[in-house]
Design a protein around this ligand. Structure first.
Ligand code: ADP
Ligand code: MG
Length: 709
């Protein structure tokens, strides 16, 4: 009881409006809310400094090297002038200390800067360094008056806070915000920010206590203290996020009822022993084991299966569907396009030849007569495996006893579409979602931590790695000659153009030009070319695509619409035009269209003259590896966690301090300790876990974790 009163009183003071602080008028309060989202003391507490200035630590200008990233220098302003016209108009100033001169540049707010700076005065300047014609330069540095008192005194780390132009105009610059924070700490005591992590964890990871960390991150006594405070608070963020995810998962496991597939029967065994044309890889076997455990457990499986292109996900799905059939249940396999559905249908029918199973196909182009038969079969239960496009989730499709659903190429389906699958059965069927867009492990566990998650991290043996090269556009004739050689060997080739926006006229014109150009190298009737792009009517697209699939055309010119899953083992060359414009995961997906057969395959990245730093990194990565997981890690690093496919809306990656790329080590540690705690004490009832329990009860979870299937 006593504990509770303390805590509820604490939550009160932290929820006081910022106006309670001296110097925050109604107008300033309004601005703090609008500009920085600071409503309460707590919000101010979580408005963290971007850095700390130690005015006693000044670099000499001559000590700045080309690899120096940031510097703080002090000296006299010796010149200031505006140069350039219009867009290139800028203010250039020179600052001189005993050792040299550094240039300061402003492109914006020139008038204001000109007004506040005075030639002959001393300034302390901090900023990111650039080099211009071999000389150090800082653009838009932080700058303030410098007096000898600043220097030489006792080392003191002054926090610098992010602020905005509007706030600065009302006198609320980063420094004044610092004053507010200082006042805040005079108002609150340790009991207002009680510890929320168990003691054992603090000890195990040598974490600073919560109150100290909150204070030291703003007003550290030393750099070392600051780093300890930061580490503690990052740990806390990641720990609490993991805890919510894991609690949601535990809750799902407790409450979701699922069909029980107990036995492995004749269908599975016969197929496994007599029909599979190859040995399963160990990775495939492991995933199958994971699935078997799930579907025998009495709760609904909701599993995401990741595997690089060509890793053999379909076989895992097929074997799972056979187990469903052995237990008397129907299955569906849903593919994102008609061609893919057709391909799955053909290959699965082929593999299951001789087994007493009814496999049916349902897509948009199924004739009315066939459709009627298929629907009837589903309802009566005679259709064992239904393969199709989203036509299979229409309300008219009714099953006798649907037990297993496979969704191929997950990212092309919306959550709502997948949810429809669940409703096709009283007890929802088990769901296996397969995706070839690898998500880095750290990300997956953070975003999809409430799901079951499997990875096929091994390709079937004997695959020849695809050789990837980058070539300048000027080498196009040689590239075409190379394609010609491959076609003479009987192979086929893809040529892909960027169509970043389907509506972009320029991109479209480029595609048409490209098509004509390819045609001029490969004239009919010696060669046949088909073209696919998003503007074509679906039927035409299908026809053109199918001509290539069947080998009637040797070259497929197209946009990224060819990206998804199509399987033409005879294709051995993938040429990607303007490759610098594509994202990494897209490049990898496109490359995955070749190398699917026994022949040696090639991916040629054609690039223009202008390549940005990031694009260069992407191309380098593509040339150096075929490993989709490595590529996705790089993608995450280049684009940041918010930009990765399928995670954008999840909101689960927005941390105030932590960053799942840079703080991977802390993330792992936090996740492991959450697991340990919940394994021992899932309801958090032990006294040791009280701080956590109390904290969670007080917190109303703001974040909603997304469900993918
Ligand atoms: P993806 O994971 O991209 O969907 P698929 O399931 O289409 O890959 O498999 C790609 C190819 O590899 C198919 O032709 C399939 O028959 C073959 N394959 C799958 N598993 C194995 C294996 N264990 N050994 C050899 N070939 C395999
Ligand atoms: Mg596939």
């Amino acid at each position: 009881m006593y504990k509770h009163t303390i805590i509820s009183s604490t939550s009160n003071i932290l929820s006081s409006p910022v106006e309670y602080l001296t110097g925050v008028s109604a107008v300033r309060g309004d601005l703090l809310r609008k500009e920085l989202g600071i409503f309460t003391f707590k919000d101010l507490l979580e408005h963290y400094p971007i850095r700390h200035v130690d005015k006693t630590k000044v670099d000499t200008i001559s000590s700045i090297l080309i690899e120096t990233e940031y510097a703080q220098v002090a000296g006299k302003l010796i010149s200031m002038q505006i140069v350039g016209e219009k867009r290139s108009r800028r203010l250039i100033a020179q600052l001189k200390d005993q050792t040299g001169i550094i240039e300061l540049v402003w492109f914006q707010g020139i008038q204001w800067v000109e007004k506040i700076l005075h030639i002959g005065n001393q300034y302390l300047v901090f900023g990111k360094l650039g080099f211009f014609m071999g000389k150090p330069q800082m653009a838009h540095p932080d700058i303030e008056n410098y007096t000898p008192q600043n220097a030489g005194g006792k080392s003191y780390l002054e926090p610098v806070y992010p602020s905005t132009e509007k706030l600065k105009a009302k006198g609320l610059n980063g420094k004044i915000i610092g004053k507010l924070t200082q006042e805040l700490f005079q108002r609150i005591t340790e009991k207002d920010i009680p510890e929320n992590l168990p003691d054992s964890i603090l000890k195990e990871f040598k974490l600073m206590n919560r109150f100290d960390a909150c204070k030291q991150i703003h007003l550290p006594v030393s750099d070392k203290n600051y780093r300890q405070a930061l580490r503690r608070l990052k740990f806390e963020e990641l720990f609490l996020a993991q805890l919510s995810i894991q609690l949601i998962k535990l809750n799902r496991l407790k409450t979701s009822k699922g069909l029980v597939f107990e036995k492995i029967g004749v269908l599975f065994n016969d197929f496994y022993e007599n029909h599979i044309p190859f040995q399963l890889t160990n990775a495939q076997k492991n995933v199958l084991k994971e699935i078997r455990k799930d579907i025998g457990s009495g709760r609904q499986m909701n599993r995401l299966l990741q595997g690089d292109v060509g890793s053999g996900k379909t076989m895992v799905a097929l074997l799972s569907m056979l187990i469903a059939a052995d237990n008397g249940y129907q299955s569906v396999l849903m593919a994102p396009t008609e061609i893919l559905a057709q391909q799955h249908f053909n290959s699965i029918t082929d593999l299951l030849k001789g087994l007493p199973l009814n496999i049916s196909l349902l897509t948009g182009s199924t004739t009315a007569k066939e459709r009627k038969l298929v629907l009837q079969g589903c309802e009566e239960g005679s259709v064992t495996i239904l393969i199709g496009t989203h036509a299979i989730i229409e309300d008219k499709v009714v099953f006798k006893n649907l037990g297993f659903s496979v969704v191929d190429e997950q990212h092309k389906f919306g959550v709502a579409q997948r949810a429809k699958l669940w409703k096709k059965s009283v007890v929802p069927p088990h769901v296996l979602v397969m995706t070839a867009t690898p998500i880095p492990r750290t990300l997956a566990l953070t975003v999809y931590g409430d799901l079951d998650f499997s990875v096929i991290d091994e390709l079937p043996p004997g695959r020849q790695p695809i050789t990837t090269v980058q070539r300048n556009e000027t080498a196009r004739p040689q590239v075409m000659d190379f394609i010609k050689e491959q076609l003479q060997l009987g192979r086929q080739a893809y040529v892909v153009y960027p169509l970043i926006e389907e509506s972009s006229k320029l991109d479209f014109e480029n595609l048409m030009k490209g098509f004509e150009e390819v045609k001029s190298f490969f004239p009919e009737p010696a060669y046949w070319i088909s073209m696919v792009h998003g503007k074509q009517p679906a039927a035409l697209k299908e026809t053109n695509m199918n001509r290539f699939v069947q080998g009637d055309t040797q070259i497929l010119v197209g946009t990224t619409v060819i990206e998804v899953g199509v399987n033409v083992p005879n294709a051995s060359v993938m040429v990607i035009e303007s490759a610098e414009k594509f994202g990494l995961s897209q490049l990898h997906q496109l490359r995955g269209r070749v190398g699917r057969g026994a022949d040696k395959s090639y991916c040629i990245l054609l690039t223009g003259q202008k390549i940005s730093h990031d694009a260069r990194e992407r191309l380098k990565m593509m040339v150096s590896t075929n490993d989709g997981f490595k590529i996705s890690e790089k993608d995450l690093e280049l684009r940041g966690p918010g930009e990765i496919e399928g995670t954008r809306q999840s909101g689960t990656l927005q941390f105030k301090l932590a960053n799942i790329v840079d703080d991977k080590v802390i993330l792992e540690a936090a996740r492991n300790s959450v697991e340990t705690i919940l394994t021992k004490d899932a309801d958090l009832i032990s006294p040791e876990n009280q701080p956590l329990k109390t904290f969670l009860q007080l917190q109303k979870t703001k974040t909603r974790w997304s469900k993918i299937a």
